[in-house]
Design a protein around this ligand. Sequence first.
Ligand code: PMP
Length: 411
Amino acid sequence: MLARRMSLFGSSGTAAARAAANAAADAGMEIVDLTAGEIWSDLAPTIRDGAIEAIQQGLNRYTDTIGLMELREALARKVSVETGQLWRADELAVTNGAKQALFNVAMTLINPGDQVIIPAPYWTTFPAQVQIAGGSPVHIDTRRNGYVPRIDDIQRVITPMTRAIVVNTPANPSGAVYDAETLSGIAQLAMDRDLWIIFDECYGPFTYDGHRHHRVVSLAPEVRARTVIVNAFSKSLALTGWRIGYLAAPKELITAVKAIQSHTTSNPNVVAQHAVLHHLREGDGAFEARLKGQLTAARQAGLTALSELRRVPMPVAQGGFYFYLDLSGLLRPTLANGHARTADDIVAALLAQAGVAGVSGTAFGDPMGLRLSYGIPPEQLEPGLERVVSVLNAWNRRNRRSNQKRGAIDP
Ligand code: PMP
């Protein structure tokens, strides 16, 4: 019944995890939901004021397809400050969230049969969009290298069909922040092998413990002509529902993006555009500082709770707002016993036994991972993580008991 492309991907794994949590809550369970890819927060006052003003002015009509010129100019100034380079409005397009920015890029850059390198674990939409465009995602495993790709590993999978590499730093789901050396290595490869860099920095403001967010175009200005910067206000201003993202790229690509967007969604919501414009003009950084403070405190409290875990290493948590746990120390022994196979089983146990919802790494191409968001209300986070620790440690004790029964040596 459906077009063949629909056999290539399902709907987003993270959305499915949230749906399972909601279903359990509807069934009367008290759920701590750690699945969300968004931050629990109030609206920034400047966003609220900008939106109210736009409504009071009675704004109701289409804007330019890729956004109000004043907004594109304000974004060009933002990107110029962030990168230390001059960007102009004709190198910027406003989109319905970063997701549409990435979709536009996939549709304007990828030919059928092209390969796109996506380090794994990855945010599920990256490969799905490549497939929608008729390309093939090529994954490289980053798990043994702190979730940052090794340049050698990238080099090994490049073929004449390789068109682009996706760089997402800070990374969803792993929380890894790419170091400057890796980014410079990727830039060099892009130059040598004629690749595009799709640079998703949606989590850029959130780095911790001395880790810094680096931008590939600042480290290697020569890649600017082959780089697309993708960003949004969804995470940085806790504004997921308002759907304002953007991309910064060479002018020719922006023109192509405008053509695609003119046939798909047209402009992003006019009120939301004015709200963000007002924020960019009037915001003093206080809201962003508060959000970062909230996440920094949540991360610290969460890491303290997670330090009680046995056989699960501490998450990298260098950036973003996810704890990404490597469950292989728990799953390998159960695999031997023929019990659990993947993190899906642990996610199901967490929901059933502890009422905590997380996202299994299978959604991110890593059957051994578990993503827990700490963007939730602080009073829920600690009890939620304590329950996670208790279920995972019980799992570990059960492994040890059955190993002892089988006479196996506890590794
Ligand atoms: N990129 C990454 C890495 C993300 O995690 C997300 C959202 N989870 C997006 C893009 C999409 O963000 P938006 O809501 O702005 O479309």
